[in-house]
Design a binder for this molecule. Structure first.
Ligand SMILES: Cc1ncc(COP(=O)(O)O)c(C=O)c1O
Length: 370
């Protein structure tokens, strides 16, 4: 794992057109960047056409309408517009946290193999990074954050903890109760970011968001993304929820027009489209079940995932299998830059895409798909 990382060494999933050209393929399936394969809500898409008329105007820098819609959507008395900060993707909120709370004199704690942006934004501020262990015994919590070890990494200089729930690239989840207990033991001067970019999938599987903890602790920030279940990765929009005081500090660190008008409007329409959300989540459950059954048949070990991807352990370098999959027109995500070189991350696509993946993988592994 590179200790100092910059945007120049961030490795996104391969591009479909690039793979088509390189391998002379007509059809390529991308299961590499945890996007919703169904695309955005139809009512959100209509905004693209409508927006043509006012594209010369600056957006609403305060994102008032979107904040109202988020308040309505979350429907908790303690979440008001003043408790919300909107970002150019939830990655921007992570960056605002770093700008507001980290410096070269402070420390930040997160788990090994955490979402790479935590390292990136901490490096922007030259803060010292302390990485805690994951649980690696083959328990139910395999590859989830070891909160006891995280506590051991805290010092007098710790200002921020980043905790993704579910985590990327592992998909592992911590329970609401475990997070609550963990935070209750920490100093109030530490800001705890609970990154819920994939929370909708975990909730669909019966788990609980940590939003209620905002009422209990003034030092936490929940971040949410429109890039995953809402399929708006391309327009870049996400949000953070926290106490008014924290939100004000984060707002002080952002540009006045950080979120474009199209993204704001598309996000509003997406939150309002319950049918879209339910359809996407039902498909997710069906495809997740299909994939886990098939991976079991292939005798492959994978991390129990609560997000829209499954991280598979091939027990050896994945370079060969990754390249063979590419040749058959399927893009997965290698995890070498997460120091997980025996794992590939598979985004849960449509049933058709998942079937194509299993067929190719079975052929590559020399087994038949029965
Ligand atoms: C755990 C986690 N948090 C946050 C993000 C950032 O999402 P975005 O900036 O697109 O909202 C991602 C994206 O992959 C992620 O995996």
């Amino acid at each position: 794992m590179i200790n100092k990382i910059s945007t120049n060494n961030y490795k996104p999933g391969l591009d479909i057109d690039f793979v088509k050209k390189k391998y002379n393929l007509k059809k390529v399936i991308k299961l590499a960047s945890n996007e919703n394969p169904l695309g955005p809500s139809k009512s959100a898409l209509k905004i693209l056409e409508k927006s043509k008329d006012n594209i010369n105007r600056y957006p609403d820098g305060r994102c008032d309408d979107l904040k109202k819609e988020i308040t309505r959507f979350i429907s908790k008395s303690f979440i008001k517009p003043d408790n919300i900060v909107i970002g150019n993707g939830s990655s921007e909120i992570l960056e605002l946290v770093a700008k507001a709370f980290l410096s070269d004199k402070s420390e930040v704690v997160f788990s090994k193999h955490s979402f790479i942006v935590y390292k990136l934004v901490s490096n922007f501020m030259n803060a010292k990074i302390r990485e805690s262990k994951l649980i690696t015994n083959k328990s139910k919590n395999f590859m989830s954050s070891d909160l006891d070890d995280m506590k051991r990494k805290i010092t007098q200089k710790t200002r921020v903890i980043f905790l993704a729930n579910p985590a990327n690239p592992t998909g592992a989840l911590l329970s609401y109760e475990a997070i609550d207990k963990f935070i209750s033991t920490l100093s109030k001067r530490i800001i705890i970011v609970i990154d819920e970019a994939y929370i909708e999938y975990a909730c669909m599987l019966g788990h609980k968001s940590c939003i209620d903890l905002i009422q209990k602790y003034k030092n936490i920030i929940i971040t949410r993304s429109f890039s995953k279940i809402y399929a708006l990765a391309g327009v870049r929009i996400g949000y953070g929820l926290a106490s008014k005081e924290i939100v004000s500090k984060l707002n002080n660190k952002r540009q006045p027009f950080n979120v474009n008008q199209i993204a704001q409007q598309m996000a509003i329409k997406s939150l309002d489209d319950k049918k879209f959300l339910i359809n996407s989540l039902n498909d997710y459950v069906m495809c997740r079940e299909y994939l886990t059954k098939e991976l079991d048949k292939l005798d492959l070990q994978y991390i129990d995932s609560y997000a829209n991807f499954i991280t598979i352990n091939f027990g050896r370098s994945t370079r060969t299998v990754f390249n063979q999959l590419l040749r058959s027109g399927i893009i997965l995500r290698p995890l070498d830059n997460y120091n997980l070189s025996s794992y590939l991350r598979l985004t849960i696509g449509t049933l058709k895409e998942c079937r194509a993946f299993i067929t190719s993988l079975s052929e590559i592994l020399g087994k038949t798909n029965v």
